[in-house]
Design a protein around this ligand. Sequence first.
Ligand SMILES: [Cu+2]
Length: 150
Amino acid sequence: MKKFLIVTLVLVFLLSACGTSAPADSPSGIEITAPYAHAAGMGETSAAYMNIKNTGTEADTLLKATCDAAMMVQVMETKMENDVMSMGEIPGIDLPAGGTVELKPGGYHVMLMDLMMEIKDGTTISVTLEFAKAGKVVVEVPVKAPGSMP
Ligand SMILES: [Cu+2]
């Protein structure tokens, strides 16, 4: 019995050493990689891109996003229909359990409209994503020159 207790303590220590990541069997969890946004001037429009991984055991949905630097922020999808490119706000992005969804030019993106300040190459902006299950996740998004990828 005593041996079992020690093993448990070690396990708890190992789990807590992992920092912010949730336990592997948690129903909800989000991991963001490779975020970036394009530099743009005040009053202009930019977009934020990133990879969103659902590390939880249940499906989740990205519902909306906010950003202190933009008057209006929308989760959008760019589509090609009959050789015409269009984009529009979507009700959400579904994230299957264990799945990764890529936000990239020409696809899903977080549109940052009517910027309240210039966002410059080399700085970062804070974008808050809101998920149905995981709740709010704040992402520090590096700003890159237009046309460049991370
Ligand atoms: Cu858009």
